[in-house]
Design a protein around this ligand. Structure first.
Ligand code: BJ8
Length: 381
């Protein structure tokens, strides 16, 4: 088995260790913003001097606490996120001066109302689809958010600071893309589970220059070892594209199982993977707020109606990563993605690509059943 470079572990531990950084930022008088979604315009929070931190819940340990207020038949990501807040088990939520939510799926929207009773919460009203007014209304919404931050926290957000933040976030996205694009190699130079842990962990390395340096150094290390002949993944492994809901809470169960059953997840279309990184902000555009708005509207999430952007991206990724099969990971009760699974299945059929949909939650109770289905699927490829 591949000997992990030390850098992989640094990313793996970032989520646990990052709260010490957040604590010291708070002690030094800094401000922290908790965020949940890839649509959150990080550049605005950066330019305002906030440290943005993801609050997405990834474990089922706090779901019983959440179910005291929320229905059982709700997506585990929502229940876990709320559960961590209500049970005060998440240091990041504890330190947050502000929580930024957005109108995506109904479950999250309504959960934010409850969260607003625990913490100061601001809701961004995201346009719900590809209508001709979407860019105008999202740009106005971002200006309203800027005005809210300026008034509430007595600060000033300049265009210059927004441009600087856009350049910084673009650099980070490019570095994430560089790492993900290494998976185009055949056989790939690392396991998908390793890659996904790095992409998640990078979000908890809060100092931009050091985060960028670590992403660069990992890409260098992986490339150097590959050129030197290291082959951590068997050439006979099937190349799998993973799509669907965010996978942080089911990484080991879903991706780990794919990779123990004869496949490698070479491409993550999900949030935290390519969907969240491939589009850049035009940082030198005359209207920087509009440029930020335009960039975020390119995200092909199933909460959008219609969601043609997801299919355009999938189409491109299948060729670029020479995909043998598609695995769609659906979190239970996620209406937008569960309904969009049908057109994704139809699209895969049209491309003559084997497709498997896995509906799961954060528990381990279905691990055996998923394993059997994945083994059968991968054997067929
Ligand atoms: S941009 S994928 S992070 S909305 S919470 S929709 S799993 S029922 S997370 Fe998401 Fe933003 Fe889109 Fe990405 Fe379903 Fe659960 Fe809703 Fe979810």
């Amino acid at each position: 088995m591949y000997d992990l470079p030390e850098q992989f572990s640094a990313f793996g531990e970032a989520r646990q260790k990052g709260f010490l950084t957040v604590k010291s930022v708070k002690e030094a008088g800094g401000m922290v913003a908790g965020v949940f979604c890839t649509f959150t315009p990080l550049e605005i929070l950066d330019a305002a001097g906030f440290l943005p931190v993801s609050l997405c819940g990834m474990s089922d340990e706090v779901i019983p606490a959440a179910e005291a207020h929320l229905p059982r038949n709700l997506c585990p990501l929502i229940k876990s996120s709320y559960g961590f807040a209500v049970s005060q088990k998440c240091p990041y939520t504890y330190f947050a001066d502000l929580i930024v939510g957005e109108t995506t799926c109904d479950g999250k929207k309504k959960m934010y109302e409850l969260l607003g009773k625990l913490k100061r919460t601001y809701i961004l009203h995201l346009p719900q689809g590809e209508d001709p007014n979407a860019l105008e209304s999202w740009t106005k919404e971002l200006r309203r958010f800027i005005a809210y931050l300026e008034d509430t926290f007595s600060l000033r957000i300049t265009d210059e600071a927004l441009r600087e933040a856009a350049h910084m976030r673009n650099r980070e996205r490019q570095k994430r893309m560089r790492l993900m694009e290494l998976m185009k190699l055949d056989p790939p130079p690392m396991r998908g589970e390793q890659l996904a842990s790095v992409l998640d962990g990078a979000g908890f390395l809060f100092e931009a220059a050091s985060r960028e340096a670590k992403l660069d150094s990992l890409a260098e290390e992986v490339s150097t070892q590959y050129v030197a002949g290291e082959r951590p993944v068997s050439a006979s492994d099937k190349r799998i594209l993973v799509t669907g809901c965010p996978i942080g809470g089911v990484l080991k169960k879903a991706v780990g199982l794919i990779e123990r059953s004869g496949g490698t997840a070479v491409c993550f279309e999900n949030c935290s993977g390519i969907k969240a990184a491939w589009q850049m902000v035009d940082a030198d555009a005359p209207d920087i707020v509009r440029a930020i708005a335009a960039r975020y509207l390119e995200i092909g999430c199933a909460v959008m109606t219609p969601n043609a952007k997801r299919f355009a991206l999938l189409e491109r990724l299948v060729d670029e990563y020479r995909i043998d099969g598609v695995v769609e990971v659906e979190l239970q009760f996620c209406t937008p993605y569960l309904i969009e699974a049908h057109p994704v299945r139809e699209w895969a059929r049209g491309r003559e690509l084997p497709y498997l949909g896995l509906e799961t939650d954060y528990s381990q109770s279905d691990a055996g059943q998923l394993s059997t289905r994945l083994e059968a699927f991968l054997e067929r490829l």
